[in-house]
Design a protein around this ligand. Structure first.
Ligand code: DX5
Ligand code: ZN
Length: 219
């Protein structure tokens, strides 16, 4: 069953509380928290996303899906485990070696969160295979990380297909989350490719009725 994780990165200034409440009512499956440190990617949303996550924690029971686009992953896990997220995802490209990947995996497990590993468009999907037995989700970036409102990179569909096939052959239970440029024009192809969690920001936040768009993305 497909789930939707709404990215709150591009929430309208000054309307954040109202937007979050509307998303809560519209029953988004997760709130997708895009944490950027201004180093791994150009934008710095670190403190803003901590504020938003703490606010959501206070007013909603819906799960948080934290996407760390940061170089200092250990610090990010520590800071964001305070809001007890359901999932914490870090970027493979921000890890120096295999040992560091396993350290991050164990840190996230100690924080009682599910473990996600994310790969950027130019990273080969095979690079994540060796970690699959230890994690819960692979976040396949379908845009270059760093900002919302971009167009989905169609080549990423093959990457999702390849990963889904590998997971099936290996008989693993792993979620595939697709992130970036997902809207009413692209969601079908992304699901057919094998993603079962769809991140969407702009497409949902610009819709008149969040509930309708979330249901359409899931249909
Ligand atoms: C990009 C973020 C995505 C992005 C999705 O770096 O990881 O989550 O905010 O937003 P849309 O749906 O607008 O592409
Ligand atoms: Zn994201």
């Amino acid at each position: 069953m497909v789930e939707v994780s709404t990215s709150i990165l591009t929430m309208e200034k000054g309307a954040e509380a109202e937007t979050i409440l509307k998303l809560e009512k519209a029953k988004t499956d997760y709130f997708h928290i895009d944490v950027m440190d201004g180093k791994f990617v150009e934008k710095d949303t670190y403190n803003k996303m901590r504020e938003y996550a703490e606010y959501i924690k206070r007013i909603s029971n819906l799960p948080l899906d934290v996407h760390l686009m940061v170089e200092d992953i250990k610090n990010g896990i520590e800071d964001f485990s305070a809001v007890e997220p359901n999932i914490i995802t870090f970027h493979l490209e921000a890890c120096k070696n295999e040992e560091e990947v396993h350290k991050n995996i164990n840190l996230i497990k100690k924080a009682n969160a599910k473990v996600g590993i994310s790969v950027k468009p130019n990273t080969k999907i095979e690079e994540v295979y060796k970690y699959l037995p230890y994690i819960h989700m692979v976040l396949v970036m379908t845009v270059e990380p760093g900002k919302g409102g971009q167009t989905l990179l169609i080549d990423m569909l093959n990457k999702i297909k390849t990963l889904r096939k590998h997971i099936e052959v290996q008989d693993l239970e792993i979620d595939i989350e697709a992130d970036g440029g997902i809207n009413l024009a692209t969601h079908e192809k992304v699901k057919e490719a094998g993603a079962n969690i769809l991140v969407s920001g702009t497409a949902i936040l610009k819709a008149v009725d969040y509930k309708v768009i979330i249901e359409e993305l899931k249909a």
